[in-house]
Design a protein around this ligand. Structure first.
Ligand SMILES: Nc1ncnc2c1ncn2[C@@H]1O[C@H](COP(=O)(O)OP(=O)(O)OP(=O)(O)O)[C@@H](O)[C@H]1O
Ligand SMILES: [Mg+2]
Length: 262
């Protein structure tokens, strides 16, 4: 994977020019690259077209807000990017992997390795303590220091004192912060967040956002963030607008994306 290759700037100078010359014509491969994606789900009322001809390419390290009215397909798009929902049509390449060809197990492996997902609902394991919930994915990944690292993250989200609490013994905001710490524990290259502050008060919401952006800046993680909050959307480098299952606008700092990338 490209992650394991040294950055050109980390190489001795004599190698840099050669490497730069050989890779110069191509920009870094996008971490999200989907084209003409359609998603049709069946419901009791018949087939529902949820995503229509959605194409989106995101370069590594970019922050992208996804905005749009309720029901416009934002969560569905995020599910496709996470490999939790399979596109009915089109191509889906995430972190260089062709999601349309992968088995459920292979998709789960990519999620565990490269993607941190923060949902509106928290999906914590109810029988595990806050600390265990955060340590779980690290242990799965074979991290020998899963618990010390989980404790560090717990402190980062301001909940060191709640390590031994079970989810039912935590407030909604506290559960959200635990879920965030768990999503970020493996230092994912791609963070997918679905209205992460939807259930939180202003102060706790700001802490969660600060953590997300901190991860994005410090580790150059790509951030795709669904939000209804315009003030939050403008903190992202790029804003993608959805309506009725389609992308209707795509702007980077006020410039339409196709112009910005020329
Ligand atoms: N499993 C499903 N079967 C049928 N239709 C579905 C299913 N899941 C979602 N939908 C429909 O797909 C559309 C898009 O839903 P989605 O959850 O992606 O919207 P959203 O933009 O995230 O909305 P919100 O801002 O309210 O969270 C909605 O009309 C919804 O009713
Ligand atoms: Mg949604």
């Amino acid at each position: 994977m490209s992650q394991s290759l040294p950055a050109a700037s980390a190489l001795p100078v004599e190698h840099q020019s050669k490497t730069a010359a050989s890779v110069a014509p191509r920009a870094a491969a996008p971490i999200v690259d989907i084209a003409h994606v359609g998603l049709t789900l069946s419901s009791r009322a018949g087939a529902v077209e949820i995503l229509r001809d959605v194409s989106l390419s995101v370069r590594p390290g970019q922050s992208v807000a996804i905005v749009g009215p309720s029901g416009s397909g934002k969560t569905s798009l995020l599910m496709v990017l996470a490999g939790l929902e399979r596109a009915t049509t089109g191509t889906v390449t995430i972190a260089g992997e062709d999601f349309t060809r992968m088995s459920e197990d292979e998709l789960a492996a990519v999620r565990g390795r490269d993607i941190g997902i923060v949902f509106q609902s928290f999906h914590l394991v109810p029988t595990m303590t806050a600390l265990e919930n955060i340590a779980l994915p690290l242990e799965f990944a074979g991290d020998k220091s899963a618990f010390p690292r989980a404790r560090e993250l717990l402190t980062e989200v301001g909940l060191a004192a709640r390590a031994e609490h079970f989810p039912a013994e935590l407030s909604g905001g506290e559960q959200q912060r635990i879920a965030l710490a768990r999503a970020l524990s493996g230092r994912p290259r791609l963070i997918l967040a679905d209205e992460p502050t939807g259930n939180l008060d202003g102060k706790t919401g700001n802490q969660v956002i600060e953590l997300l952006f901190d991860m994005h800046r410090r580790h150059r993680a790509t951030l795709v963030l669904i939000t209804h909050d315009d003030a939050l959307a403008v903190q992202c480098e790029r804003i993608v607008r959805m309506a009725d299952g389609r992308i209707i606008a795509d702007e980077t700092h006020g410039v339409a994306e196709h112009q910005a990338t020329l």
